[in-house]
Write a protein of this length. Structure first.
Length: 302
């Protein structure tokens, strides 16, 4: 049975959780029945975790400064720490590596990669002229049992800047969800958000698109709503950054309406995927918060 540490809702656990991660003690965070829970992933780490919890209760744990953490990355010990951290976010790492590998393969034979991973079979592209035809083409793809096409466009990137931008934000924010919620839950969210954002873009502008940005926007929306609902006590998604991301997406919409002179830069932006992902992420976090409140009340009644 997993080791669980229970704290009151008023206690601030940011410093304790920072120290747990600093010492490579993997854990989940939950709110339940008006309390905060820290659940160890590996019970073999209970000993050092107990020491940190006791030191935290005695107010002996100073906050870890971002400067000292960044400075420590240059020594060999911190490089080993980085490797351990990557080990605890396997799904995120697989996503990053898959995108990089597919980008390199596309540089060698782009047509083969795009034809294999695009949301519609290339044979359906010439007939796709409006939403009705797109529905028919998508139905034909699904009837052929090419289910992977619903997801695989998220791995296609058309430029190095496109790839780096999406991979950066996926690593910075996505790993928090995997670390706190678990790899299986995180993988399920990526599949859900990828499918929804891909379908939104297909029905809005056709099949010529790709990229992880729909999932990235979903991650941002998910973390932001979790912070608003109190499900995430340690903020990781700055409101200003989400605001800038929404402005960028709106700029893409303005461009498609012919109101912008910066046609070249944003002409290929997947605007519907951005907003579809953002709404999907926000909705998922809201439903999760409502579900946890419902289950917490049921437990309290019993």
């Amino acid at each position: 049975m997993s080791t669980v540490y229970r704290f009151s809702a008023e206690e601030e656990l940011a410093t304790l959780r920072q120290w747990l991660w600093h010492e490579h003690i993997s854990h989940y965070y939950r709110q339940q029945d008006g309390a905060q829970l820290i659940i160890l992933i590996n019970d073999a780490q209970q000993g050092p975790a107990n020491v940190l919890v006791e030191r935290w209760r005695r107010n002996e744990l100073p906050p870890l400064s971002s400067m000292s953490s960044a400075k420590g990355l240059v020594d060999r010990g911190q490089w080993r720490s980085l490797k351990r951290a990557l080990h605890h976010q396997p799904v995120t790492m697989v996503l990053l590596l898959a995108c990089v590998v597919i980008f390199l393969l596309a540089a060698v034979n782009g047509n083969a990669v795009y034809y294999a991973l695009s949301i519609l079979s290339p044979n359906a592209w010439p007939s796709v002229e409006d939403t009705l035809h797109m529905h028919a083409a998508l139905a034909a793809v699904l009837q052929a049992q090419e289910w992977w096409r619903l997801v695989t466009p998220i791995f296609i990137h058309f430029s190095l800047a496109h790839l780096v931008f999406n991979m950066l934000w996926l690593w910075v924010f996505g790993r928090h969800i995997e670390r706190d919620e678990g790899s299986v839950y995180w993988a399920g969210l990526v599949l859900l958000w990828g499918i929804l954002s891909n379908l939104a873009q297909l029905l809005y502008a056709g099949p010529a698109f790709g990229g992880m940005s729909g999932v990235v926007y979903a991650v941002m929306g998910y973390l932001w709503v979790e912070q608003l609902t109190g499900r995430r006590r340690i903020p990781v998604m700055p409101g200003w950054l989400l605001f800038m991301a929404v402005l960028w997406a709106l700029w893409g919409v303005v461009n498609t309406m012919g109101l912008s002179h910066n046609v070249e830069m944003v002409s290929n932006m997947a605007n519907a995927a951005h907003f579809g992902g953002l709404f999907a992420g926000c909705a998922t976090a809201l439903m999760s918060a409502l579900w946890h409140r419902f289950t917490d009340r049921r437990r309290a009644m019993h």
